[in-house]
Design a protein around this ligand. Structure first.
Ligand code: NAD
Length: 260
């Protein structure tokens, strides 16, 4: 049932997006990769996913802050695959600083990449999905789409915004076989999280070790990082027929964080 479906996954050269790309390719889906990185390594990844799973895998390096590049990404997927059935809005960045010191350029970039890019991919692909009577939009929000933490004003604002976009588009698409959901992961040990450990230590005046054990895993009752393959498996499930009635939902995969 997921076999042969065509997916765009933004920010899939690393971390969670890469985990979702691996799971979707393994489920027989064609995948359009996106994200930054070393050209040789990305080509190696593209060809490994394609030959290892016998699916089509493309790459488009669109900068998700730029609407015209997002248009080119969608156009490439439509031309390579014929149509786009699944969009995973995953590209994201973080910046950890008190709000009075938060650089305005960082605020703008986080809103553009973490929120507005999902609006653009959605507006460009939803029409085709509705017309064909089947589609899946999966927005990778965060536990920070449901609750806040200090020093992450732009990120928390953007992720709460993603939930608003998710619910609205879900209602607009509900009668057309298209589901729209947000996955809200807890902490996953990816480069995005590794990079924020020193800044969080500085903002809170604690050691880096305390950031990992007290701040990150302290609030996550399982005391374990969420794994990218768990998120990949869940995203594939949302593409299945069994998930046809799950729409407009904010779905935590957070080791119990937001149960508290
Ligand atoms: P990551 O840094 O490992 O990966 C981010 C990806 O986005 C990379 O492929 C990167 O190249 C791409 N990217 C960044 N800026 C881009 C741009 N302007 N245009 C195109 N691509 C761009 O991060 P991750 O932890 O895998 O995060 C992926 C998503 O999951 C983000 O939306 C993040 O907010 C969300 N998330 C992460 C965690 C976590 O703990 N890691 C928790 C909850 C939600």
């Amino acid at each position: 049932m997921t076999q042969g479906k065509n997916a765009i996954i933004t920010g899939s050269t690393s971390g969670i997006g890469l985990g979702i790309a691996e799971s979707m390719a393994a489920a027989g889906m064609n995948v359009m990769l996106n994200g930054f990185g070393d050209a040789g390594e990305i080509e190696e990844l593209r060809s490994r996913l394609a030959s290892g799973n016998n699916v089509k895998v493309g790459y488009n390096g669109a900068d998700m802050t730029k609407p015209e590049e997002i248009e080119a990404l969608v156009a490439q997927a439509e031309s390579d695959f014929g149509q786009v059935d699944v969009v995973v809005n995953n590209a994201g960045i973080q910046n950890v600083q008190p709000v009075e010191e938060f650089p305005t350029a960082k605020w703008d970039a986080i809103l553009a990449i973490n929120l507005s890019s999902a609006f653009h991919t959605t507006r460009l692909t939803l029409g085709g999905m509705k017309q064909r009577g089947w589609g899946r939009i999966i927005n990778i929000a965060s536990a920070h789409g449901l609750v806040a933490s200090p020093f992450k004003s732009a990120y928390v604002a953007a992720k709460h915004g993603v939930l608003g976009l998710t619910k609205t588009v879900a209602l607009e698409a509900a009668e057309h076989g298209v589901t729209v959901n947000a996955i809200c992961p807890g902490y996953v040990l990816t480069p995005l999280v590794e990079k924020q450990i020193p800044d969080t230590a500085k903002s809170r005046g604690i050691s880096e070790d305390a950031v990992i054990h007290d701040v990150m895993l302290g609030g996550q009752p399982t005391k374990k990082f969420v794994k990218t393959e768990e998120l990949g498996g869940f995203a594939v499930f949302l593409c299945s027929d069994a998930a046809a009635s799950i729409t407009g939902a904010a779905l935590p995969v957070d080791g119990g964080w937001t149960a508290q």
